[in-house]
Design a protein around this ligand. Structure first.
Ligand code: KG4
Ligand code: ZN
Length: 344
């Protein structure tokens, strides 16, 4: 079974082909991605209208590229998957519109996929996929959640952020330090030169005893610190703020992940979403989990951020279990706001 997947929820256009037979683990055959980061950089963040227009420009050439790389004709595709939500409405409409029209033209079913389920299941694209059940730490630009995952489609939300997401905190703090969008990777790079103990920044809700998060106060603390240092801020001080900020986020993510593992009694952790690419987070999670006999799984670095492969993979795993919401009607809905634990 060949599944062609489309991702267009935010600022990346991703297309990928995944193949499986029976209950054998699905494999990625080919993928192509276009990131709009450079286009949005001039504005310091994603401009939704520009994102939608760029998805329109890229999606067909990327699809051609994927089919050529896979050496496969469109007629051989069995199913078309697309991100239904959550995300930017206009951006979602592009991927969904193309996917559903293509499915109708080919006479094949279309499968709607939840973007976060794509992230959550992205480690199944790696050589060493996780086994169920596991705890998932989902850390992206829009979400910070800890979930208990018993199987595909069986997600129990254990805790989430009550305000900003971890990626958002990275991005906003980076902006305050004058770093380009998206700030996460730039701040992480700057932090390498800094002293993580230089500034005492808050670790909100660290001792709440619940696997919940709050990052809005941290951003405000960074703002206060940067203002205090003023115009004369040195390169070293900028690096110190970056390192101190990263340390605060990493400590909270680490402690809450360990708490969720403890509460559930599970010994397996999956880290997914853009912030999962953070090297310091990986280093600390690896060390703490090794001590506790917990296995940690990450998607490949390039698959941490948005991509089409995770959407095709999530659809394939659902199809294998008879759980995919397929449609052959040529009509579709998008869901810009869609909680993951609301999916069946
Ligand atoms: O999962 P993703 O591509 O998009 C969403 O679905 O939101 O995540 C993007 C987020 C951005 O906030 C970005 O700054 C952050 O992931 N990010 C990082 C790193 N790489 C990406 N944050 C910290 N360190 C990184 N290395
Ligand atoms: Zn994402």
């Amino acid at each position: 079974m060949k599944v062609l997947g489309f991702e267009s929820s935010c600022d990346e256009t991703g297309v990928a082909l995944v193949e499986f037979e029976g209950q054998v683990a699905p494999r990625l055959k080919a993928e192509a991605l276009h990131s709009q980061i450079v286009m949005h950089q001039a504005y310091g963040g994603v401009v939704p209208e520009l994102a939608s227009r760029d998805h329109i420009r890229r999606v067909i050439p990327l699809t051609r590229e994927v089919m050529a790389r896979a050496g496969c004709a469109l007629a051989e595709v069995d199913c078309i998957a697309y991100t239904q939500g959550p995300g930017l409405a206009g951006a979602l409409l592009v991927g969904a519109g193309v996917a559903v029209s293509l499915a109708a033209a080919l006479g094949k079913p279309a499968v709607a996929v939840h973007h976060l389920e794509g992230h959550l299941l992205s480690p199944f694209l790696s050589e060493d996929p996780p086994e169920f059940p596991f705890i998932a730490l989902l850390v992206s630009g829009g979400h910070t959640q800890l979930m208990r995952v018993d199987d595909v489609g069986q997600y129990e939300l254990l805790g989430e952020t009550i305000d900003d997401a971890a990626g958002e905190a990275f991005d906003k703090s980076a902006k305050l330090l004058g770093l380009p969008y998206p700030g996460g990777p730039h701040l992480a790079k700057l932090a390498e030169q800094g002293d993580a103990t230089a500034f005492a920044l808050p670790r909100p809700l660290l001792h709440s005893g619940q696997p919940d998060f709050s990052f809005a106060g941290l951003k405000t603390a960074v703002l206060t610190q940067v203002k205090k240092l003023g115009e004369q801020i040195t390169e070293q001080q900028r690096a110190d703020v970056a390192a101190s900020m990263q340390a605060a986020i990493v400590e909270v993510l680490l402690k809450k992940s360990l708490l969720a593992l403890k509460i559930s009694g599970l010994k397996r952790l999956v880290v997914a979403g853009g912030v999962g690419a953070n090297a310091e987070l990986r280093r600390q999670l690896n060390a703490a989990c090794a001590k506790r006999g917990v296995r940690v799984h990450y998607p490949e670095l390039r698959l941490c951020t948005d991509n089409g492969a995770m959407i095709a993979m999530a659809a394939a795993l659902r199809l294998q279990r008879g759980l995919a919401q397929t449609s052959t009607e040529g009509s579709f809905e998008i869901r810009p706001r869609w909680p993951l634990d609301a999916i069946a």
